[in-house]
Design a protein around this ligand. Structure first.
Ligand SMILES: [Zn+2]
Length: 315
C-alpha cells in the first residue's frame, strides 16, 4: 500500500513535468508564430521547413525583364515584393544604367519536389542529393518573396556576380527596396547555404535597412527582433530596429523596458525610442516615411525584351 502511494506520488510529480516539457514552446528565436502570409520575416532554412500546402494567395508576374523571354509568364512573386522589385530594377537602370534580369522567383512545393527527385535519380541517394539541392519545403523561394537576379552583362548564377558592377550595386542598394542579400560567405555556418550573390529576399524596407546596417544574417536578426513587442517589429523604422538590436547584442536589455505596458497610441513611444539613434539632421517622421512610404501605383509598363535571349547566340 505504501509502495503504491509512493508510486502515485512519484507519477503525479513526473507526469505533469514531462507533459509540460512537451507542450512548452522552445524559446522564440523568430517570429514563426505569425501566419506565414502575414509575416514578411518568416524564416525558411534547414531547421524551418514550409508546409507542403503553403502557397501565397497574392502571386503576380513582376513587370520586369527576365533572363529569357520564355520565363516572362513564369516568374511569380507576391504582390508587395513584385512592386518593390519593379522599383529596384527601374532604379538600377535610371541611377546607374544597369539592366537587371529576373531569373527565378516563386517555387512551389511540387516543383521543389520534382527538382529534388531529379537530383536523387542523378546521384543515387538522398544524402548526396541534398548536398546540392534542398529537399522540398526548405527553399525560401516557396514564400514568393525571393528572386534570383542576373544582369544583361552577367548571365550566370555564380559567385563572380558579386564582383560585377550590377552585383555590387544590388548589394549596396537592395535594402532601399526592402530586399536583403540573404547568403553571404561569412554567414554559411548560420544560414547553411554557401555564397549566393544573386539571391535576394524581400523583408520590407524597415527590416532590410536594419539588416543592411547591422550586416548580420536573417537568422541572427530574428533572435533579437523576436524580443521586441509586435508593434515595434511592425512599426519601427530601420534606424530604431538596428539601434535596438545593437543594444541587445551588447547585452543592454534595459532598452526593452520602454516598450512594456504600452497600449493605445504607440506613435509617441516609437518616436521617443527612435530619437537617441537618429543621425544628425534626420527627423523621426523622415525616418519613418522612408521605411513606410505611401503605397505607389502598381501599374508599371512591362519592359519587354527586343528579342529572345538565345543560349546559342554566341558564336
Ligand atoms: Zn535563390
Amino acid at each position: 500500500m505504501k509502495k503504491l502511494f509512493l508510486l502515485v506520488v512519484i507519477l503525479s510529480v513526473i507526469l505533469p513535468c514531462s507533459y509540460a516539457e512537451q507542450v512548452t514552446p522552445a524559446p522564440t528565436i523568430s517570429l514563426q508564430y505569425r501566419a506565414i502570409e502575414d509575416n514578411l520575416l518568416y524564416l525558411v532554412n534547414k531547421e524551418n521547413k514550409l508546409p507542403a500546402d503553403f502557397e501565397p494567395s497574392d502571386l503576380v508576374l513582376p513587370k520586369v525583364k527576365t533572363r529569357k523571354k520564355s520565363l516572362q509568364e513564369r516568374i511569380y512573386l507576391r504582390q508587395e515584393a513584385a512592386v518593390k522589385l519593379e522599383e529596384m530594377f527601374r532604379a538600377a537602370e535610371t541611377e546607374a544604367g544597369y539592366k537587371l534580369l529576373a531569373v527565378s522567383g516563386y517555387r512551389s512545393y511540387g516543383i521543389q519536389q520534382l527538382n529534388f527527385n531529379r537530383k536523387m535519380e542523378e546521384v543515387g541517394d538522398y544524402d548526396r542529393a541534398s548536398r546540392s539541392v534542398m529537399p522540398a519545403g526548405y527553399s525560401e523561394h516557396q514564400l514568393g518573396l525571393t528572386m534570383d537576379i542576373q544582369s544583361d552583362n552577367f548571365k550566370n548564377l555564380n559567385a563572380a556576380f558579386a564582383e560585377t558592377e550590377e552585383g555590387i550595386w544590388l548589394a549596396e542598394n537592395a535594402h532601399r527596396f526592402g530586399y536583403i542579400l540573404r547568403y553571404k560567405p561569412e554567414w554559411k555556418d548560420i544560414t547553411g547555404i554557401a555564397f549566393e550573390p544573386w539571391h535576394y529576399r524581400y523583408v520590407g524596407i524597415a527590416h532590410a535597412g536594419a539588416i543592411h546596417m547591422l550586416n548580420i544574417p536573417l537568422e541572427t536578426y530574428l533572435q533579437y527582433i523576436s524580443l521586441l513587442p509586435p508593434y515595434v517589429v511592425s512599426g519601427g523604422c530601420d534606424i530604431l530596429l538596428a539601434g535596438l538590436v545593437r543594444d541587445l547584442q551588447v547585452g543592454n536589455r534595459q532598452v526593452l523596458n520602454q516598450f512594456s505596458g504600452v497600449s493605445g497610441d504607440t506613435y509617441q513611444v516609437l518616436k521617443a525610442a527612435t530619437q537617441p539613434y537618429l543621425p544628425h539632421g534626420l527627423s523621426y517622421d523622415e525616418a519613418q516615411g522612408r521605411c513606410y512610404p505611401t503605397p505607389m501605383p502598381t501599374s508599371a509598363p512591362r519592359v519587354d525584351e527586343d528579342e529572345e535571349v538565345s543560349l546559342f547566340s554566341s558564336p
